[in-house]
Design a protein around this ligand. Structure first.
Ligand SMILES: [Zn+2]
Length: 138
């Protein structure tokens, strides 16, 4: 696993068809080797299936499905590098939830409650003076 803070570049080309408020999280997950299959920023609601809150669904390739617990822990670690404090599923803080369907081998990891504003916010309290946290979106 990568042990350095990941740089998130707001000038990079956002993935197509992705809600504007979740593109950087999707790009971050994709760049770290987590293919995503669905997402929503919790505000745009282009499709009826979009959830209430911000979410990204990672779909693990078949050869990684059996390792879903380790994969989910790695996603938690990645978010921890971004200083995002997670909580239990369905709570007030963002959470990660993994699911595996043995009928068809689908292995999904949901990342919930983190939109780009949350991803890019200063979490140390220094705000504009902060050089450690990702820069806030302009
Ligand atoms: Zn900070």
């Amino acid at each position: 696993m990568n042990t350095e803070t990941i740089e998130v570049d707001s000038s990079s080309t956002p993935p197509r068809g992705i809600n504007p408020g979740i593109r950087m999280l999707v790009a971050l997950l994709n760049a770290e080797g987590y293919p995503t299959t669905d997402s929503g920023d919790g505000k745009t609601h282009d499709y009826p299936c979009d959830r209430e809150g911000a979410y990204v669904v990672i779909r693990l390739p078949a050869h990684r499905a059996a390792h879903i617990v380790d994969e989910a822990r790695a996603v938690v670690g990645l978010l921890g590098l971004q200083r995002i404090a997670l909580g239990p599923i369905g709570g007030d803080r963002p959470w990660v939830q993994a699911s595996y369907d043995p009928a068809d081998g689908t292995a999904l990891i949901d990342v919930c409650g983190i939109d780009d504003a949350v991803l890019m916010a200063c979490r140390c309290g220094e705000n504009e003076a902060c050089s450690r946290c990702p820069k806030a979106l302009s």
